[in-house]
Design a protein around this ligand. Structure first.
Ligand SMILES: Cc1ncc(COP(=O)(O)O)c(C=O)c1O
Length: 389
């Protein structure tokens, strides 16, 4: 029988019924008061999520990578120097986008799974005095590591550079403070912690980033912030081009849900779900990958047991249980599999994912104590609710 897949991947994340209904409703025409109200609501809520009063938030029809491209096109001129501390697949993406636009990209290289050391970034910036911006990735989705953006931004600010952050897979799942941390551009996406459909990228933009935009000469058109700003300032705010209207309707509903209990409750839920997945995997005797596990609330990378290819685990759990987890990327291919736990997940979603993992591993010949992962997750949930594990 056809059933929806059970998604435990780091985005797109499962979409709540309220969001599906909203995005399946008749289109709100994109020029006029209805869409204007949607834009106003979504923008105001995103500003709260970014924790910014000083920054502007722009919404663009694109996936997350479009947001990164928009940031590069709007802040720089050909040949400008930027610094990217590499430690995974998505920091590499910053480098590729910057290089594609003719920037000079300085890098440091840390092993995948490393939590970046701000002091090393400070040293690198001292060695490259012409760097204009540091390009950071908050949740390195390929390794599960949440990078210490506050501290990294401080060293970048001290060095007088702009700070651009890919927060695509972290905004809404872990703490983020656009104003307090001195961030200049932060990119987010509709399909991750907010659990709307893919299709809308959003950017928070500081005054310093607007100043950089005014000087920047890289070619830009579709993503030109000035055009977006002009349309957003209309009495009924608009997007310059035909937007992903249905996704916007869904995103407004997703934010409504997200904000029902407030940001702090949503963040605490992410921490709890992360702990449950990690304790569950450990209870099966599996090793976790990456540094800073207590902070890594978006996705957990788990090493495959000796003698089993990690891709076989992600393939088998999908074919046997319709459960989608993510394989390893780059050098981690075949070595780790990744369970995403951000977005619209409840305790029972995690429990059924762990149960599927137990049965999959057993079918692949790994000795499993049935129920061990589920019991460990239950202990986390019971402790969170009653104070007793
Ligand atoms: C950290 C990070 N950056 C950027 C992206 C952008 O991807 P996309 O363009 O597929 O939305 C992703 C998607 O997984 C991501 O995890």
């Amino acid at each position: 029988m056809d059933r929806p897949e059970i998604i435990l991947a780091p985005g797109p994340t499962p979409i709540p019924p309220e969001v599906l209904l909203a995005q399946g409703s008749p289109l709100v025409y994109h020029r006029g008061p209805g869409f204007g109200n949607l834009m106003r609501d979504v923008t105001a809520r995103l500003k709260e999520l970014y924790r910014t009063e000083n920054g502007d938030v722009l919404l663009m029809t694109a996936s997350g990578t479009g947001g990164l491209e928009a940031a590069i096109q709007n802040c720089f001129s050909p040949g400008d120097e930027v610094f990217v501390p590499l430690a995974g697949f998505f920091s590499e993406r910053w480098k590729q986008v910057a290089e594609a636009h003719g920037l000079t990209v300085r890098t440091s290289e840390d092993e995948w799974g490393t939590k970046l050391d701000p002091a090393k970034v400070a040293d690198a910036l001292a060695a490259f005095p012409d760097v204009k911006a540091v390009l950071l990735t908050q949740s390195e989705t390929s390794t599960g590591v949440i990078q210490p953006i506050e501290q990294l931004a401080r060293v970048a600010n001290d060095a007088g550079t702009l700070v651009l952050v890919d927060a695509v897979s972290s905004l809404g799942a872990v703490p983020f403070e656009f104003d307090a941390w001195g961030i200049d551009v932060a990119c987010g996406g509709s399909q991750k912690a907010l659990s709307a459909s893919p299709g809308i990228a959003f950017l928070a933009i500081s005054e310093r980033a607007w100043a950089a935009h005014a000087e920047a000469t890289l070619g830009r058109y579709y993503f030109d912030w000035s055009i977006y700003e002009r349309f957003a300032a209309l009495p009924h705010p608009e997007n310059p081009w035909t937007p992903a209207i249905s996704v916007m309707q869904g995103l407004a509903a997703a934010l409504e849900l997200y904000f029902q209990d407030g940001v702090d409750v949503a963040l605490a839920r992410h921490e709890m779900l992360s702990r449950a997945v990690k304790d569950g995997a450990r209870a099966l005797g599996l090793d976790l990958f990456g540094e800073g596990l207590d902070d890594n609330w978006t996705v957990t990378a788990i090493r495959a047991p000796e003698g089993i290819d990690a891709d076989t685990i992600s393939d088998r759990i999908r074919s046997d249980f319709s459960c989608v987890i993510a394989p390893g990327q780059g050098p981690l291919k075949g070595k780790v599999f990744r369970i995403g736990h951000f977005g619209y997940f409840s305790e029972l979603d995690i429990i059924r994912g762990l149960a599927a993992l137990e049965m999959t591993l057993e079918r692949l010949g790994f000795p499993v104590k049935r129920g061990a992962a589920v019991a460990a997750a239950e202990s986390v949930f019971q402790a969170a609710h009653t104070g007793v594990g």
